[in-house]
Design a protein. Structure first.
Length: 183
């Protein structure tokens, strides 16, 4: 039996992929929705769970990301979404090349320039849901759309994720194109 180089590469690739999936599944963290760090309000917005609801266990594998971005483990945006079963990959893509780049010059698959932040958040948190939350009413009052291009446009992350941005970067990419700007 003659084995070709492409067959060997295919089998090795399959084995490596299987190991990666196995490793990721071993690093899942068990989270419960009764985490005391979540604020419970009289208004429950999407992504929040009412105290009356039974405890739900979810599994989120953020181990790949937290290996380098360790500060996000305690960050509210990440931990709130983690409790809802949503990991970093949901918004930033799998970013396999970014994760495996030891020189740290490959950007994540998905990054968000300011004009894409609100539309991205609104995919899961639609306007008709958030307009009933009192804190959002003043922001939305008299505005046809929260996506106004005015110079005073508020972004969801202005209030909900100030700490989610990496403030001290050694690498900078153009978020729209992924082009490396400086290292």
């Amino acid at each position: 039996m003659i084995v070709t180089k492409s067959q060997v590469v295919t089998v090795v690739g399959f084995i490596m992929s299987s190991l990666l999936v196995f490793t990721a599944s071993c690093s899942f963290e068990k989270k419960t929705s009764d985490d005391s760090t979540l604020k419970q309000n009289e208004e429950i917005s999407i992504g929040r769970q009412d105290k009356e609801q039974p405890k739900k266990e979810t599994f989120v594998a953020n181990a790949f990301c937290s290996a380098c971005h360790y500060a996000f483990g305690d960050e509210k945006l990440a931990s709130t979404h983690e409790l809802a079963g949503i990991g970093c990959e949901r918004c930033h893509g799998e970013s396999e090349r970014h994760r495996s780049d030891e020189d740290n010059v490959t950007p994540p698959e998905i990054m968000y320039p300011k004009e894409r932040i609100n539309p991205t958040c609104m995919m899961c948190h639609p306007r008709n849901e958030i307009k009933h939350v009192s804190r959002h009413q003043s922001l939305l009052a008299g505005v046809e759309t929260i996506f106004d291009k005015s110079t005073n446009q508020k972004n969801c992350t202005d209030c909900h994720a100030k700490e989610h941005r990496i403030n001290v970067r050694t690498i900078h990419w153009n978020k729209a194109t992924g082009e490396l700007l400086e290292k």
